[in-house]
Design a protein around this ligand. Sequence first.
Ligand code: ATP
Ligand code: MG
Length: 355
Amino acid sequence: MKPVCVLGNGQLGRMLRQAGEPLGIAVYPVGLNAEPEAVPYRSSVITAEIERWPETALTRELAHHRDFVNRDIFPQLADRLPQKQLLDTLGLATAPWRLLSDASQWPQLFAELGDFIIVKRRTGGYDGRGQWRIRPGDEAELPPEIYGECIVEQGIPFSGEVSLIGARNAKGESVFYTLTHNLHQEGILRTSVALPNTDNRLQQQAETMLSTIMNHLNYIGVMAMECFIVGDNLLINELAPRVHNSGHWTQNGASISQFELHLRAILDLPIPQPEIFAPSVMINLIGTEINLAWLSLSLVCLHWYEKEVHPGRKVGHLNLTHADKSILKAELQRLASLLPAEYQSGLEWAQDKLN
Ligand code: ATP
Ligand code: MG
């Protein structure tokens, strides 16, 4: 089996490495401190866990490698401007947007997009960083250097957020997980819930959208599409050309995890439709120290990233899966007493989704 080098060495690279292990696929996440001699990059297939990786001699080598899968797609999706242009070109619904080049645009932007506008950095933002929520008057507070570096979007009064994770192989075959329901707070994903039989119409709509994108780009591997639910329809929020936080539940709730599925797709191994066993809940651990008491709950699967704990930093996640929703809900109830106050609303939201 060919080795795989991953641009980036955060938790997604770590979980790709873990997923490769049972299949005998050696995965080498490459970050700032990677030793070129320790990485068999010449004979590897190259992938990425982030849209913008640290610049070193080795990452430059990987980024230009002829076996870097989707090499020419990354620049297009890593910048919100060409990403939004792509969605418009394909006629796929997305939050109405404009390029923000100059402060003089504001009166017109409020007139065209309404009184709630989200400013987003074109590149480098994540977990809600590099974003500003603007109502008339707030625009004066924006740092002047953002002009030219950002897009603005209409604030969407959505009823919920979902994401679709799919994979496509070199033959053009695609498979999808069921839609994941996501709760974000202050721009950061807190909790996800995935159900085996999700709303069929939304599922179809989402699969058609993501297929259109992956086929147009001739994309290979796992891609995530984040959406807002507005009425009976989906608006695409953003695309990620990689494994995604909202797909972490597949590690314990699906026959093939998103990490394994990505490795299979880029290595041209079979990608059958993953089986979804049961309802699943994923809780992101954000700025919270590890608590070994979580392990006393039999349904809790702890994934700890071994990173330094800082406020607002994703340091791990908990997956829970059970075919019986009432058992799953009872376990969430027990877990609630082992998590700090800021987790409680997410746990209640998840229990509600299981009703
Ligand atoms: P990620 O961590 O997924 O990369 P991000 O920082 O790139 O996130 P977005 O996904 O664009 O940012 O936004 C984060 C969250 O902010 C969204 O999931 C949603 O809850 C909210 N949000 C973003 N854009 C809009 C919008 N146009 N209208 C309303 N809410 C929005
Ligand atoms: Mg997002």
